[in-house]
Write a protein that binds this ligand. Structure first.
Ligand code: ADP
Ligand code: MG
Length: 291
């Protein structure tokens, strides 16, 4: 049976903006020793802004934005919204056909009959489109039309103001390893990880690579004979499998997708990464009362 005090703990957590879906997760939180963070929307705001558009091969800046905005018209990724905003005019969905989203890569669609590919370096390799890989201050989205590179769009996101304090607080609570996983470019990932003082970072991951990374971290932990718990914290776009795999799957309740909120064991209502440390403190205080 569940000790009565745990109900108080669940209530205490919820009053502090953290929904814990069962006393077993409260118990796991007291033993938290590894935190795996998703980057976009979790440690960063997930609100992207276009900061640069560079056209190539005779295309204009406006044309690059127009083609990209239309190719992205059916995407719910925050990158798509930022491109639509930079385009600044109405996107006509009737001009778009054969839309396809390639998870962790980007999109491809026919716009006015032309095949438009918009996405990362990996996507252009997959589509065999000649291009030069470039590093920038943000995430690079390449735009190609009928196999020819038309331009690149650089998109920037911001680190959440409370993220560094969240990482520090968890370390002070005894979390020994904090790792960031992302599908984003290495240059962007390393900048964020350094700014936050994370222990490790893995970039250019596909959604399935994130599950494998969590499995590997878990296996390493077991080999070392530790019994602590591992949490994965994500905003939920493509994160449901990895949320399920972690001992404690934590989703952002505001930005998070319905699928992620459902798959999660713990939901942070206001999307603040600092709430995880709050949840650990509440869980430990509850344990002291229960035992
Ligand atoms: P994260 O791990 O940061 O949440 P995602 O798995 O959502 O990232 O995406 C990984 C990468 O795939 C992005 O950084 C971007 O390069 C590319 N990408 C994903 N969706 C899109 C899209 N709709 N348009 C352009 N690029 C995209
Ligand atoms: Mg994501």
């Amino acid at each position: 049976s569940i000790p009565l005090g745990y109900f108080g703990g669940l209530g205490g957590a919820s009053r502090r903006g953290v929904l814990v879906k069962g006393s077993n997760y409260l118990d796991a939180l007291t033993r938290l020793d590894t935190v795996v963070w998703d980057k976009t929307g979790t440690l960063t705001r997930g609100v992207f802004k276009v900061v640069e558009v560079t056209p190539f091969n005779g295309f204009s800046r406006d044309r690059v934005l127009e083609l990209a905005a239309h190719a992205e018209a059916f995407s719910s990724h925050p990158i798509a919204a930022s491109i639509a905003e930079a385009y600044g005019r109405a996107v006509e969905r009737s001009r778009v056909a054969g839309y396809e989203e390639v998870a962790g890569h980007g999109v491809r669609a026919r716009v006015d009959g032309q095949l438009v590919v918009a996405g990362n370096d990996r996507l252009l390799h997959r589509e065999d489109i000649p291009h030069e890989t470039c590093e920038a201050e943000g995430t690079v989205v390449y735009v190609a039309v009928d196999g020819v590179l038309a331009g690149r769009i650089v998109i920037a996101d911001e680190i959440k103001p409370e993220a560094a304090a969240a990482v520090r607080a968890l370390r002070e609570l005894g979390v020994r390893r904090q790792v960031m996983l992302t599908g984003d470019d290495r240059s962007v990932a390393e900048k964020v990880a350094a700014a936050l003082g994370l222990d490790e970072v893995r970039a250019n991951l596909l959604p399935e690579d994130k599950v494998e990374a969590v499995e590997r971290l878990d296996a390493e932990r077991r080999r070392e004979g530790r019994i602590g718990a591992l949490a994965f914290v994500g905003d939920g776009i493509n994160d449901a499998p990895v949320l399920t795999r972690a001992d404690i799957g934590v989703a952002m309740g505001g930005l998070g997708s319905d699928a992620a909120i459902e798959a999660a064991d713990v939901v942070i209502m206001d999307d603040s990464p600092a709430r995880l440390a709050t949840a650990v403190s509440v869980a430990r205080a509850t344990r002291r009362i229960v035992k």
